[in-house]
Design a protein around this ligand. Structure first.
Ligand code: WT7
Length: 638
């Protein structure tokens, strides 16, 4: 069974696309009719990219949880909404039906209220991939609190920065998270963060890993105790707060080319429509299917394609707590077989790392429940694409290569599974509502096919970011000021002879390491905090598994006991300031950095050296001291 607005043929794709461009308001107004609103919009859209000011469905009232939960109860109440597969395959999995999830979300929403949390308050969530995270996110949405989920791999310092930026009043966490054979002491990391966060009045801690935690009187409370209090209060019901379509739904921090992560803001109405529309169309979801998105809810992929997209469509969404390689590299495939997964969505980096284990982990695994495969987060290479197609999909499953960003809320460019053709390594065509343009450095639009340039979008789609939290000017600067009247993605892109798009990677100083977005400036700032470091420059280089690796050139002035130890010290520093995900793969100690006379580091040269390109370094005549280049080349790490 399909959803009424699902595109089922190429012809329909072309018609819908044309209509979405010619009459966007009519088009999205019609799609929006399929959701539950307390009050309808007028008009459908107000926008300008100058300020920017973007409002989808202004004046409309809704609550996204009524669309994700309540409206499914009559027909799907006993269907599984969430399937939780724990880290350890020896532990039992858990299923929450739509009825059960609805109940638990209301219960925890009442917990939030009991703890003084109200509409508009910012709540920070620092958790592992457990059902309580999904429940907490939806409970925030239920009462209109703004959730800010922080990926469990970030350090205390990163949490503190994000909490302070959002002025969050509460944190929801758990004692510890299980990842493979490791326990991550989440509560203890939160405790360190909160030493610098006076706005936080309440910390709610779910028990999971059962590691010891220190609970502060007056501030910290246990999830389970709070639930008991709600139970004794006797009223399990929690009405959904009425939200304006443009009220904030969540903040999600992401890296840019400056040192400071920014809080991307998504709002209730447009984001909901976009998450749902892209989910059902790109994956061609059919009623009853189980969707396994391997992302963490700490990233946008988890927000949109574990929670809001699938749940608003009434799908069964699988949440996996563990890692792909523990207890062995067949873990994903065991899960697919065990839960009869139809839709499987992962990152190229995961495919490449599993590919490296060869065929053994696949032997005997029944993967024939799979109907559609997807990739996201970074460009996929030919080899990984074909392995995925052959070994996982048995050449029977369309692969969707979905290009999008934290800022776009959901997928913008992708083939539609089995409906529009795929082309390996190409995201192919834009979804209805998405109007891509390629421009050169001067902002001149490159028309026609067979061109490449910087990827921009010239018209708003419902899921576009609205602002960066607390700093609208930064939003304008970053996305809307590079080119007049265009949203600039930061990606380079080519359009082939048939108008299909291939995203080639970031053109700004943002790295994509294992599908995680990291700013070079952020890593540099962290390295520079180390007492012995004078200066550093960070660039990306091609990495066979991670996509990009982090290469750091460091001028060190402290006493080296030995270089390896200093490298480890720098690793510790980066892990402490940002988190383990930002540790450089290579650290080369240098005497100087290639700088122009005005003092600007010429990263182009450093990038080439890191990539192993030792000859054609391009024009070095503007360098203050060209001799440093030869030294750096000499010391290059392989
Ligand atoms: C950046 C956004 C989208 C959710 C996960 C990452 C890169 C994303 C693709 C793709 C090539 C891709 C882009 C983009 N990217 N998807 N299918 N092909 N590149 O979200 O952390 O906001 O990163 O990821 O460079 O700008 P994010």
């Amino acid at each position: 069974m399909f959803t009424p607005y699902q595109i089922r043929s190429i012809e329909q794709y072309q018609l819908d696309y044309a209509q979405s461009v010619e009459k966007p308001e009519e088009f999205w107004g019609n799609i929006a009719e399929h959701f539950v609103w307390r009050k309808k919009w007028d008009p459908v859209l107000n926008w300008n990219f100058k300020e920017p000011n973007i409002e989808w469905f202004p004046g409309a009232k809704l609550n996204i949880t009524e669309n994700c939960l309540d409206r499914h109860l009559p027909a799907l109440g006993d269907q599984p909404a969430l399937v939780f597969e724990p880290n350890d395959p020896k532990d039992d999995h858990r299923v929450l039906t739509y009825k059960e999830l609805h109940f638990k979300v209301m219960q925890f929403a009442n917990v939030l209220k009991n703890n003084g949390i109200k509409k508009g308050d910012r709540v920070c969530l620092y958790m592992g991939m457990v059902p309580e995270l999904a429940i907490a996110v939806l409970a925030c949405a239920r009462i209109g609190a703004v959730h800010s989920v922080i990926f469990g791999g970030f350090s205390a310092q990163s949490i503190a920065d994000r909490i302070q930026d959002a002025q969050a009043c509460a944190v929801i966490t758990q004692d510890g998270a299980l990842r493979g054979n490791k326990i991550i002491p989440l509560k203890s990391v939160v405790d360190d963060a909160l030493m610098a966060c006076p706005t936080v009045q309440r910390v709610i801690v779910a028990t999971h890993a059962r590691v010891p935690v220190s609970m502060l009187k007056g501030r910290d409370c246990w999830w389970e105790d709070e639930i008991k209090k709600v139970e004794t209060q006797g009223n399990p019901f929690c009405p959904a707060e009425e939200m304006d379509a443009e009220d904030l739904l969540f903040i999600l921090y992401t890296s840019g080319s400056t040192g400071k992560p920014k809080g991307v803001v998504h709002t209730c109405g447009g984001y909901m429509v976009w998450a749902n529309y892209t989910f059902v169309n790109v994956f061609q979801y059919q009623r009853g299917w189980t969707h396994f998105c391997t992302a963490d809810i700490g990233w946008i992929t988890g927000h949109t394609y574990i929670l809001y997209g699938p749940l608003s469509a009434g799908a069964t969404s699988l949440m996996f707590e563990g890692i792909p390689t523990w207890p062995d590299a067949g873990r994903f495939w065991d899960i697919v077989e065990k839960h009869h997964v139809e839709l499987f969505y992962t990152a190229p980096t995961a495919i490449r790392s599993l590919m490296a284990f060869g065929d053994a982990p696949l032997t005997g695994k029944k993967l024939n429940s799979l109907k559609v495969l997807g990739t996201v987060g970074e460009p996929i290479n030919q080899e990984a694409w074909h392995w995925y197609d052959d070994r996982i999909g048995a050449n029977q499953c369309p692969i969707v290569d979905t290009w999008w960003q934290t800022e776009t809320g959901g997928i913008l460019i992708s083939n539609l599974a089995g409906v529009t053709p795929s082309k390996p390594t190409f995201a192919t065509y834009p979804l209805p509502g998405v109007q891509p343009v390629l421009v050169d450095e001067n902002g001149v639009e490159l028309e026609g096919n067979n061109v490449s340039g910087n990827l921009c979008i010239k018209f708003p789609w419902p899921g576009i970011l609205r602002t960066t939290y607390g700093d609208h000017e930064r939003c304008r600067q970053t996305y809307f000021s590079t080119y007049d009247n265009l949203y600039f993605t930061g990606d380079g892109c080519l359009r082939d002879e048939e108008g299909r798009y291939r995203i080639t990677g970031r053109v700004d100083d943002v790295l994509n390491v294992s599908g995680h977005r990291i700013g070079t400036a952020e890593v540099e700032n962290a390295i520079n905090r180390h007492a012995g470091v004078v200066e550093s420059a960070v660039v990306g280089y091609p990495h066979p598994i991670k996509g990009q690796g982090i290469y750091a050139y460091v001028i060190f002035n402290g006493m080296h006991e030995d270089e390896e130890l200093t490298r480890q010290d720098i690793h510790q520093t980066v892990a402490r300031i940002i988190g383990s995900i930002a540790k450089p793969d290579k650290i080369q100690f240098v005497e100087g950095l290639p700088k122009t006379r005005s003092g600007k580091i010429m990263r182009r040269i450093l990038r080439k050296i890191a990539e192993g390109e030792l000859e054609n370094l391009g024009d070095t005549s503007t360098l203050l001291d060209p001799s440093v280049v030869a030294d750096i080349q000499q010391g290059r790490l392989v």
